[in-house]
Design a protein around this ligand. Structure first.
Ligand code: TXA
Ligand code: MG
Length: 313
C-alpha cells in the first residue's frame, strides 16, 4: 500500500476518488455525522478490504450509503413506515434496517449474510456527490480502527488509517459529530442505536419506539459493550474531579476541556470525538473524568457513546 492521498472536496478530488473506488480501493469521505471509510458495496474485494483496514470483526455488518431514493429502493423493500421516515429525515443522520431485495447486488460481506440491510442517505454534499458520481452504493463504517474513537476530521482519519487506505477526501469538521440513529423496521420499530436524529423527533412521527441493541444479546451485532474507547480510562458522571484526573466539562465551570461552556447538546455532540481525542493526548496517565450530560435530545447519543468509551475492555 502506498501513502494515503489527501484529496480536496472539489470536482478533481471526487474524480480521483471515483477512479480509486472503481479499482476496489478504499476512500474515506466526510459525512454530516463522522467520516466514513468507503468501498464499493457490490464488490467482495472492496468490502473485505474495509474489514481488514479497520480490524473489524466480520460478524458486524456495514451500512450501505446511497445518493438518492431510487438507489435505496433497489437495495431494500420500503413499506409505508420506511417511506414516511425517509421522506421526513433523508437526506440526514438516520439509518434504516430493512429487508434486503433478492436482486440488491450487494456483497454478502456488507450484511454479514443477514437477510436485512442497513441503508443511509447522507446529507453532506461531498458524500452525496461522491456516491452519485460513483453510481452505486458505498459500504462505509466510521473511518477509524475498530473499537476506537470515531473520526470527525480528516486528520483523525489519517491518525488511525494512514498507509492502510488509498485516500481521504478532506471536507473539514463534521457538523453533527455523532453517528446516525439506527432504526430496525422489521416486525416492530426498534431503536438499535441513538444518534444524530433524536428519539423525540422520530417518536413524533412513529409513536413510541421499542429499544433494541442490547449489548448482552445484540440485535445489531455492532452494539458491542466496549467501543469509542480512548487509551486513557474513562469515568462518567463526574461531579467532582480527583487529583489524578483530567476533567471534561459540560456547561459553566473550570476544566481543561469543555464539551460546551453554554451547556448546548448540539455543540457538545459536534465536539465530542475531537475533544475525547485531545483529552486522551493530554491525559498522560490520568483518568478522563466526564461531567454528567442530560439524557435528552442529542444527549442520548452522547451518553451511549460515553458509556461504551467507559466500558470494561
Ligand atoms: O453515521 C453513521 O452511521 C456512520 C457514517 C460513516 O455514515 N457510519 C457508521 O457505521 O456509524 P458503523 O459501521 O460504525 O456502524 C454501523 C452499525 C453497526 O453497529 C452495525 O452492527 C449496524 O450498523 N448494522 C449494520 N447492518 C445491520 C443490520 N442488517 N442489522 C442490524 N444492525 C446493522
Ligand atoms: Mg463505528
Amino acid at each position: 500500500m502506498h501513502a494515503t492521498q489527501i484529496l480536496p472536496p472539489d470536482a478533481d478530488g471526487l474524480h480521483r476518488a471515483v477512479a480509486l473506488l472503481r479499482g476496489d480501493q478504499l476512500v474515506a469521505f466526510p459525512t454530516e455525522t463522522v467520516y466514513g471509510l468507503g468501498g464499493d458495496a457490490r464488490s467482495d474485494l472492496a468490502v473485505a478490504r474495509i474489514y481488514d483496514a479497520k480490524g473489524r470483526p466480520r460478524f458486524n455488518p456495514l451500512i450501505a450509503h446511497v445518493s438518492d431514493m431510487d438507489m435505496a429502493r433497489r437495495l431494500a423493500v420500503f413499506d409505508d413506515r420506511a417511506e414516511a421516515l425517509a421522506a421526513r429525515f433523508w437526506p440526514g443522520p438516520l439509518t434504516l434496517v430493512l429487508p434486503q431485495r433478492p436482486d440488491a447486488g450487494l456483497s454478502p460481506y456488507v450484511t454479514a449474510e443477514l437477510p436485512t440491510v442497513a441503508i443511509r442517505l447522507p446529507a453532506h454534499p461531498v458524500a452525496r456527490a461522491l456516491i452519485a458520481a460513483f453510481g452505486g452504493p458505498l459500504a462505509a463504517p466510521s473511518a477509524n480502527p475498530s473499537g476506537g474513537v470515531s473520526p470527525t476530521r480528516a486528520d483523525h482519519v489519517m491518525a488511525g488509517l494512514s498507509g492502510r487506505i488509498a485516500a481521504v477526501i478532506d471536507g473539514g469538521p463534521c457538523a453533527v459529530g455523532v453517528e446516525s440513529t439506527i432504526l430496525g423496521l422489521l416486525a416492530r420499530t426498534e431503536l438499535l442505536r441513538p444518534g444524530g436524529v433524536t428519539v423525540e423527533e422520530i417518536e413524533a412521527l412513529t409513536g413510541p419506539l421499542v429499544s433494541g441493541g442490547d449489548a448482552a444479546r445484540p440485535t445489531a451485532p455492532g452494539q458491542l459493550a466496549s467501543h469509542y474507547a480512548p487509551n486513557a480510562p474513562v469515568r462518567l458522571d463526574a461531579i467532582t474531579v480527583r487529583a489524578d484526573e483530567l476533567r471534561i466539562g459540560f456547561g459553566a465551570g473550570d476544566c481543561e476541556v469543555n464539551l460546551s461552556p453554554q451547556g448546548d447538546l448540539v455543540e457538545a455532540a459536534a465536539n465530542l470525538f475531537h475533544l475525547l481525542r485531545s483529552a486522551d493526548a493530554l491525559a498522560q496517565g490520568r483518568t478522563i473524568a466526564i461531567a454528567p450530560i442530560p439524557d435528552t435530545g442529542l444527549g442520548r447519543a452522547i451518553n451511549d457513546r460515553l458509556r461504551r468509551a467507559a466500558a470494561p475492555r
